[in-house]
Design a protein around this ligand. Structure first.
Ligand code: FES
Length: 103
């Protein structure tokens, strides 16, 4: 009988923990900025630097990717489902500023 009570209390504790977690809501997922690491090996570092300098490190995750399919126009990045070619630090800053302005 004692084991049943212990299991019941454990189940209540687990349920309370689950409810507390869901009440706080899920953490917002960062947007992914994919940078092709094949056709331009140096833009990844540039992208990371831009994101950090703009204070967006908690909102944008920069990842190296395999070929994004626009190899003739590097650097190539994909952000929020759109492909951008011939990317520069200035273009990336403008894109991120436009995306996150007002939020
Ligand atoms: S190798 Fe970079 S887009 Fe194809």
């Amino acid at each position: 009988m004692r084991k049943v009570w212990l299991l019941f209390i454990l189940a209540l504790a687990l349920a309370a923990g689950t409810l507390a977690t869901s009440a706080a809501g899920p953490a917002l997922a960062a947007d992914k900025l994919l940078v092709c690491g094949i056709c331009d090996k140096s833009f990844y570092e540039t992208a990371v630097k831009v994101v950090q300098e703009m204070g967006l490190a908690d909102r944008v995750t920069v990842k190296k990717s395999s070929c994004l399919g626009a190899c003739s126009q590097p650097p190539v990045v994909e952000f929020k489902g759109t492909l951008y070619t011939s990317m520069t630090a200035e273009k990336l800053k403008a894109l991120l500023a436009k995306t996150y302005s007002g939020s």
